[in-house]
Design a binder for this molecule. Structure first.
Ligand code: F6R
Length: 617
């Protein structure tokens, strides 16, 4: 959620931190702040609103220090105010802190600190943690394992902290040092030339270095310009693994596009090509994956699949459920990760778990995965971010390989999850009863998906015109059946999140069991209409809407003939294989919500109240 960036080195820290914060703004954008240590004091600037506001504020200060840290906030404890923005400085002025996460026992700690004379300016749990570090620091704890007093006081504090955190700490009398630690919130160390960085996301540091260390839960790192060391909460030394980031800064820039969302929608043909590269067998009849860490023999013993995810990723799981059940004939269950983690679901043996997560850091998905592992099940992950927590903790998995997704609304990550789900269904199907010939046809269809997406993207100007006409409405329905029902859910989610237009997704036939009460000339319905047996049933549902004066936008497979005058607007999509259809049908719903948002002058890449990568519960 919140974005974190810290720097120690030879350069002026503030411009580097601000640049990093701009790249992290998609993680949270209620407020932002920066602190540098200069002239023997912490110089803090913080402001509600976007990083651009902070930039103006910073111009009033002369922040010339060469070490510091910055934060973009997504509010959890306390409203969106300058006082609640990070960084926080302890009331004795000794410690400065930025934090991502939630300290659950902050009220108890605060009570204790008040008795010790510490005072508070904000309503945040972060300021409480900051003062607790100051309390331990003031007591001058003896360092263990050769660590400094600074590291030791952070360690002692964290032993008392319940909840989640990714933190960076500065101490007034330890210039040129940063201490950083994590539990449940991602942190990455960047190792540059005479400089060290820390950030919640690689994109904030990749312009300075591609050598990184992914910090693990329960680890504390100590950074100076030339050195770093990692220990655990239990004071054990950790041998770090240094990774190289494979993408460059250009991958996370907008180029000629108006928004990241637009860029990422139009990038989808290439993203799909990247996601499928090298993943088909030589005989062209099935898929192959390098990192599943589970043998074909083991796969054959699986009697049930369970998929957990959140939001858009869950919709991708629901399409995967449909395809695995159709092509491999094995039962699949999908669940909201946030529900699964608490509902103590009875699980039959021989169930294989999958989680899907673009970021690999969504706390509910991570918790669902840990719960399944705790119960003794193997969990595989479909994930886009190499080195993410979910990728590291999973027993195996499949990377999406679509590069950084910056737009808060997931688009290219979604269609690549659909593709990987379709490839999984093929892989499992071919181990069972799916014939060689059907496998070859399936592979040929998947290989053709990027071109079909390219063709569908050509409809963008037409969809933009439709968007102009529907932007005035307040409510909408998205209706689909079978594998397109999750795409209806996704269409409604996209419309809600980026256009702030209320939309609901339903199975088309279910609409008459309640939602039909909403239908009037003020509530348009988007119907997803594929070719095949189901089409006449969908046409009946459309007639029911039409006879109640509901405007209809039909996303229709080429070759389907709708009764004249039934649809007010029509968007054609190419006729395609069942495994490719959900991918192709996603394009118009993405474009529609994007253009409606543009028409309604919404902040497309930073929708109200949202943040990319939800790392709090
Ligand atoms: C919606 C969206 C969210 C995410 C959800 C899970 O456009 O992006 O619904 O899909 O928060 O995120 P990941 O996939 O990172 O676990």
């Amino acid at each position: 959620m919140c974005g974190i960036v810290g720097y120690v080195g030879k350069q002026k820290a503030t411009p580097l931190i601000l640049e990093g914060l701009k790249r992290l703004e998609y993680r949270g954008y209620d407020s932002a702040g920066v602190v540098v240590l200069q002239g023997g004091k912490f110089d803090v600037a913080k402001k509600i609103g976007r990083v651009a506001n902070l930039e103006k504020e910073v111009a009033q200060h002369h922040l010339s220090g060469t070490y510091g840290m910055g934060h973009t906030r997504w509010a959890t404890h306390g409203g969106v105010t300058d006082a609640n923005a990070h960084p926080h400085v302890s009331s004795d002025g000794a410690i400065a802190l930025i934090h991502n996460g939630v300290i659950e026992n902050y009220a108890k700690i605060k009570k204790f600190l008040l008795t010790k004379g510490y005072s508070f300016k904000s309503e945040t749990d972060t300021e409480v943690l900051c003062n607790l570090i100051a309390y331990h620091y003031a007591k001058e704890p003896l360092a263990t394992n050769g660590d400094s007093r600074f590291v030791e006081s952070v360690r002692r504090t964290l032993r008392h902290a319940e909840g989640t955190y990714g933190i960076v700490v500065m101490a007034l009398d330890a210039p040129g040092e940063l201490v950083t630690a994590r539990k449940g919130s991602p942190l990455i160390l960047g190792l540059g030339d005479g400089e060290s960085l820390v950030a919640s996301d690689v994109s904030a540091i990749v312009s300075r270095t591609q050598s990184v260390v992914y910090l693990k839960d329960g680890e504390i790192a100590h950074l100076t310009p030339k050195n770093f060391s990692i220990t655990t909460l239990g004071s054990d030394a950790v041998e770090p693994v240094i990774d190289t980031v494979t993408w460059s800064i250009a991958d996370s820039e907008m180029g000629e596009h108006a928004h990241f969302m637009e860029k990422e929608i139009f990038e989808q043909p290439i993203a799909l090509e990247n996601a499928m590269r090298g993943r088909f067998s030589e005989d062209g009849s099935t898929a192959q994956f390098g990192g599943l860490n589970i043998s074909a023999g083991e796969f054959r013993t699986i009697e049930r699949f369970m998929f957990c995810a959140c939001g858009t990723a869950l919709h991708a799981c629901m399409v995967t459920e449909h395809l695995i059940e159709s092509f491999a004939r094995i039962p699949v269950e999908c669940d909201y990760a946030s529900e699964f983690r608490y509902r103590n679901a009875p699980l039959i043996p021989n169930t294989l778990f999958f989680v899907m997560s673009q970021s690999g850091e969504t706390i509910d998905t991570l918790a669902a995965m840990r719960e399944a592992k705790r119960k003794g099940f193997k969990v595989l992950a479909v994930n886009n971010v190499v080195g993410s927590t979910i990728a590291r903790e999973a027993d195996g998995g499949i990377y999406q390989h679509v590069g950084p997704e910056v737009g808060v609304a997931s688009t290219k990550a979604f269609t690549s999850q659909l593709l990987i789900g379709a490839m999984l269904a093929l892989y499992i199907g071919r181990m069972r009863d799916l014939s060689f010939g059907s496998g070859v046809r399936y592979v040929t269809a998947l290989k053709g998906a990027p071109d079909l997406v390219r063709k569908t993207l050509l409809q963008a100007p037409h969809i933009r015109e439709i968007a102009k006409r529907i932007a005035k409405y307040h409510d909408m329905l998205f209706l689909g059946r079978l594998s397109l029902f999750p795409i209806a859910l996704e269409g409604a989610l996209k419309m809600k999140e980026i256009s702030s237009l209320h939309a609901e997704g339903y199975p088309a036939a279910e609409m008459k069991h309640g939602p039909i009460a909403l239908i009037s000339d003020q509530c348009p319905s988007v119907f997803l209409v594929p070719s095949g047996e189901i089409v006449n049933k969908i046409i009946s549902s459309m007639q029911e809407i039409k006879s109640r004066k509901g405007p209809i936008i039909a996303i229709v497979s080429e070759g389907v003939e709708l009764p004249a005058g039934l649809a007010d607007e029509t968007i054609l999509i190419p006729e395609c294989h069942e495994a490719v259809l959900p991918i192709v049908a996603s394009i118009p719903v993405q474009l529609l919500s994007y253009y409606v948002a543009v028409e309604r002058k919404c902040d497309v890449d930073k929708p109200r109240n949202l943040a990319k990568s939800v790392t709090v519960e």
